[in-house]
Design a protein around this ligand. Structure first.
Ligand code: FES
Ligand code: FES
Length: 163
């Protein structure tokens, strides 16, 4: 089947097999390898992308279902060679270890901050609950989210421990 969609503002059109997931389409057909395959079953969030403005696990969406949609991937976050504010906060707080979860995590944080500009620690935890970090760097990730949402003073003052 023929699929036409936009990724990070550019339009792509390809012939694709019906069983291809959006994740495979992005990675294997279009070369957007920032979305990772972890579980392949909608559990880990490594494959998170925006689909028409909402985050989805792209391993659980067929490419043909995304026909006509607007997709945003981690590759679309850094503009003109500069990290996005969220990416820069992850960098400042050493919130990246192996990096496998990071792309999906950053997009879930972006979605969270669109809904809740100044999330509490429990709200941050809820916002990233679908994204697993096998390196267990959650504290640094939460600190990065507090920082980028203008709540840097909350990090390291006990809120993380007691939330
Ligand atoms: S690879 Fe898609 S949720 Fe794990
Ligand atoms: S940084 Fe390694 S899985 Fe999260």
């Amino acid at each position: 089947m023929r699929v036409k969609l936009s990724v990070n503002g550019s339009v792509y059109e390809r012939e694709v097999e019906e069983h291809f997931t959006l994740l495979r389409f992005l990675r294997e057909e279009l070369g957007f390898t920032g979305a990772k395959e972890g579980c392949g079953a909608g559990e880990c969030g490594a494959c998170t992308v925006f689909l028409d403005g909402k985050t989805v696990n792209s391993c659980m969406v067929l490419a043909v279902e995304a026909d006509g949609s607007e997709v945003e991937t981690i590759e679309g976050q850094a503009l003109n060679g500069s990290l996005s504010d969220i990416q820069a906060a992850f960098d400042r707080h050493h919130a990246v270890q192996c990096g496998y979860c990071t792309g999906g995590m950053v997009l879930s944080v972006k979605e969270l901050l669109k809904r809740i500009p100044k999330p509490t620690v429990p709200q941050i935890k809820e916002g990233i609950e679908g994204n697993f970090c096998r390196c267990t760097g959650y504290q640094q990730i939460i600190e990065a989210v507090l920082d980028v949402s203008g709540q840097a003073e909350s990090a390291g003052k006990g809120e993380l421990k007691h939330a």
